[in-house]
Design a protein around this ligand. Structure first.
Ligand SMILES: Nc1ncnc2c1ncn2[C@@H]1O[C@H](COP(=O)(O)OP(=O)(O)OP(=O)(O)O)[C@@H](O)[C@H]1O
Length: 604
């Protein structure tokens, strides 16, 4: 008996995955579980404590005869089991009898007839019914999933094929079938090479490497496709081939859209970079006068250091231009250039604008907080324009930042180290403000490290012509105009004007004029009245020498005109070309020198 039980016990492990009911520990019974089939495949023998003491497999039972085993067991345990179990010639008969009678619980009594437990048989029918129910549910779910999958797979816009690990087609949609010219019956189960001889899906199965955006040509149609391995438990069990677009024309539309989006992105990135970068260099600073050239050299020297720079000068003298140039000539040129106009931001906002704010710092504060200009300028330059307009409170905070080289967001708790070069500018007299105690002296001394005083335009009249011509070229680009230049007379007027608004005023006068003028040259009558008024002074101051020079120039010009007309045989368009001037300028000059009609014929 021991031997039988032991040999049976050896099978327990191999059966552990089967769906057996659990042995209840509080049953004082002997249990027999029927597992499957019409025979008792296994008999579990449980002792009074409910512990499994043995497993008898079918072979053992058939060999020995289950009724004998039962008898033996019963004998050993001194109990009786009903005759139905032990009377049959084989275990099969006994089980059949049970199922016919739909009996699955049999009382077990001792020799004295006292019931000592229940012999339980697991009913195969109940077991199967339960299993069937579960299977049906699983089947329904699988059907639903299959229907969903079919809808997805049957896309009218994409072809899909799936092969197993041997390269045989196990799934294919109609779009794909149409593309390769096969029916479903012909394709399913066939090796992919029989459908598309150059298919790379078997390679994907072999290498496990996906391919994306590959070009695929089949029967004069072109597609863009992806191929990907299908894995289960880390093992490659097949491969998927999928076209990405209905055809290449759609792919091209998509590619065009993508390129457009990329271009837009590039454009906006560039715009953002421009906003946060300095646009001008020292080459953009025009001027040959002593004062301006000396200031440029000093600025170039400042660019090579990390010191704070203070730019002073009247409005429009080019302070911002210099700040850009210094940044662009410094080691920080690849870092950001952030400009803050301290006068333009309301006092209560300036602190958060400069230092940022932490999340929840105030009602309406952005989630995650917001970095301030100092943080944005990290590793670059911050240009604090109109520093003289900063309140005393803010001056104190700025001083702290300059001294500590760290900032703390409004409402924040953590100071943050920054590496920023500071350039400040003002058109106010900071030293006088210090005397008046409207500007902190300690901050003034911190800012006053390298001071650049920009000359105003009236101090360098010699540069007006240079600047004006430079502006005409610059404005032609901006306004898309074709102004060739400024006439001598108009230039004289510009040079005699005081330019209280400095270079900015000169630029705006020329912009306004160029917008109005239809001719290639700017003449005095095109200039604004306030500028023209300065002409009076010039006329009065003109010397005899200047007049004779002008006369000389005029007669030389007249000669050139006549000569060109002669060479062009009187053709004015041709003559204008020879002179390199516009036709309308030629007409104007002909009128000026009285070279119209008969006079001209005589001259020629
Ligand atoms: N030397 C110069 N060469 C060429 N352009 C100049 C020069 N100086 C100034 N400009 C031009 O004049 C205009 C005004 O210059 P900018 O804004 O730098 O002056 P600003 O001193 O900073 O003025 P504000 O004090 O009003 O801020 C800009 O278009 C600038 O390019």
């Amino acid at each position: 008996m021991d031997k039988i039980i032991r040999s049976g016990l050896d099978t327990v492990d191999s059966m552990s995955t089967l769906d057996f009911p659990k042995v209840s520990m509080d049953w004082q019974i002997y249990e027999v579980y029927e597992v499957f089939g019409h025979a008792l495949e296994y008999v579990y023998v449980v002792n009074k404590e409910g512990l499994l003491v043995g497993v008898l497999d079918q072979a053992t039972m058939l060999q020995v005869g289950s009724h004998k085993i039962m008898r033996k067991l019963v004998g050993e345990l001194e109990c009786q089991v009903p005759m139905c179990l032990v009377s049959g010639s084989s275990a099969n008969d006994a089980v059949s009898l049970f199922f016919r009678q739909k009996v699955n619980e049999v009382p077990v009594t001792d020799k004295a007839g006292r019931m000592i437990g229940v012999l339980k048989l697991w009913s195969l029918l109940d077991h199967l019914a339960g299993k069937l129910g579960r299977l049906e549910q699983e089947l329904n779910e699988t059907k639903k999933l299959t229907a969903t999958l079919e809808t997805v797979v049957e896309s009218p816009y994409e072809g899909i094929v799936v092969v197993d690990e041997k390269g045989h087609v196990i799934m294919i949609n109609n779009f794909y079938l149409e593309s390769i010219g096969f029916t479903r019956e012909q394709a399913m189960g066939r090796h992919i090479f029989e459908l598309t001889p150059h298919s790379e899906l078997p390679d994907i199965v072999r290498t496990g490497k996906a391919q994306f955006g590959e070009h695929w040509k089949v029967r004069d149609r072109e597609f863009m496709i992806i191929r990907a391995p299908i894995k289960k438990d880390g093992k490659i069990i097949g491969a998927l081939g999928k076209t990405l677009f209905k055809d290449m024309s759609l792919a091209r539309v998509f590619a065009r859209k993508l390129t457009q989006l990329e271009d837009d992105l590039k454009f906006y990135k560039e715009e953002l970079r421009k906003i946060h970068s300095a646009s001008y260099t020292f080459d953009d600073i025009i001027g040959e006068g002593l004062k301006i050239t000396a200031t440029v050299s000093l600025a170039q020297r400042a660019a090579r250091t990390a010191s704070t720079v203070l730019l002073t000068g009247e409005s429009g003298t080019g302070k911002e231009l210099f700040a850009h140039a210094i940044h662009n000539d410094s080691v920080r040129r690849h870092g950001p250039f952030i400009k803050v106009n301290c006068a333009a931001i309301p006092e209560q906002l300036l602190e958060s604008e400069l230092f940022g704010y932490a999340e929840g710092a105030f009602t309406g504060a952005r989630k995650g907080g917001k970095p301030g200009k100092f943080e944005l300028a990290n590793l670059g330059t911050i240009f604090l324009d109109e520093i003289g307009d900063m309140s005393l409170t803010m001056q104190a905070k700025l001083l702290r930042v300059i001294q500590e080289r760290e900032i703390e967001r409004v409402g924040g708790t953590q100071p943050c180290k920054i590496d920023v070069r500071i350039i400040t500018a003002t058109n106010r007299k900071l030293d006088a403000m210090v005397q008046e105690r409207t500007f902190r002296d300690d901050l003034y001394y911190r800012l006053n490290v390298m001071v650049l005083e920009l000359p105003c335009l009236r101090e360098r009249p010699g540069d007006i012509e240079l600047l004006a011509n430079y502006m005409v070229t610059k404005l032609n680009r901006k306004l898309e105009t074709d102004v060739e230049g400024i006439s001598r007379e108009a230039m004289k007027i510009l040079q005699s004007y005081a330019w209280p608004g400095n270079v900015r005023e000169l630029e705006s006068v020329l912009e306004r004029t160029m917008n109005m003028v239809d001719e290639p040259f700017i003449f005095p009558e095109h200039l604004p009245a306030r500028i023209l008024q300065s002409k009076m002074g010039v006329d009065e101051n003109q010397s005899g020498e200047q007049s004779s020079l002008e006369e000389g120039l005029n007669s030389a010009e007249k000669e050139l005109l006549v000569d060109a007309l002669r060479r062009a045989k009187g053709n004015k368009v041709q003559a204008a070309k020879i002179l390199g001037i516009h036709r309308s300028v030629l007409y104007r000059k002909l009128t000026k020198y009285g070279l119209g009609g008969e006079t001209l014929s005589r001259e020629l």
